[in-house]
Design a protein around this ligand. Structure first.
Ligand SMILES: *Cc1c(COP(=O)(O)O)cnc(C)c1O
Length: 220
């Protein structure tokens, strides 16, 4: 088959290669296409090429974009990768299939109630403030065990940990630290790695990579 190279083919090939080097199978890594700021016209080619996991960082933007796309592609899985305000918990639970930004007790309370009310258990990653940058959100490292306990008590299915390492310095130590914290807490899924560093993240155990600009081009 003679297929033109597209960013999606290229990223998938690089994911498979990194997984192979790490002694993992390519399907051990989920590619989440981060489509924030991009409109339906930019997203549709990826859907047509078979990509089904997408990520957004704002509830309102996702509510505006995805219902129409989803009626055409009902098997899309939508991931929330941005900071979530507690007053948007109901909307987030209704729209998203996975939440990567559970990071504080007040959000545990809000999401627990929202999931109970909706009768819908949405898998969550606990976001860890891996580089001690509170402005990015994320749970302080020492508080992770207590937050995990609170989430379980609230009936929230926590499947792993997520991080966004500091910009401008080598990400590998932060990925390795997240993997260690996850292992210490009995969690086996890791949401880490973006356009610049997803191969490194895969070498260090990422199960979900969040790739935006390498798929869609720079955001405006
Ligand atoms: C925007 C974003 C990404 C994707 O970043 P790129 O560098 O464009 O790949 C991944 N994760 C989060 C949390 C984001 O906000």
């Amino acid at each position: 088959m003679d297929q033109p190279a597209t960013p999606l083919h290229d990223i998938r090939a690089r994911i498979a290669q990194a997984a192979r080097i790490a002694g993992r199978t390519p399907d051990a890594v989920d590619l989440i296409a981060i489509s924030k700021t991009h409109d339906a016209a930019a997203i549709e080619p990826l859907l047509a090429a078979g990509q089904r996991a997408f990520g957004e960082n704002r509830v309102q933007e996702a509510q505006a974009k995805w219902p129409a796309l989803r009626s055409a592609y009902p098997d899309v899985a939508l991931h929330l990768v941005g900071q979530l305000q507690s007053n948007k918990a109901d909307d987030a639970v209704a729209l998203f299939d996975c939440i990567h930004s559970l990071d504080r007790p007040s959000l545990v309370t809000a999401l627990g109630k929202a999931m109970a009310k909706a009768g819908r258990q949405v898998p969550c990653f606990v976001q860890v403030d891996i580089g001690d940058e509170p402005q990015k959100g994320g749970c302080p490292i020492p508080d992770v065990p207590a937050l995990l306990t609170a989430a379980r008590d609230a009936g929230i299915p926590v499947i792993g940990l997520m991080c966004v390492p500091p910009a401008g310095i080598e990400a590998a130590p932060f990925f390795a630290l997240l993997a260690k914290i996850a292992a210490d807490n009995g969690l086996d899924q890791l949401s880490m790695g973006m356009s610049e560093d997803f191969e490194t993240a895969i070498m260090l155990g990422a199960t979900h990579v969040r790739v935006g600009s390498a798929l869609f081009g720079a955001r405006g």
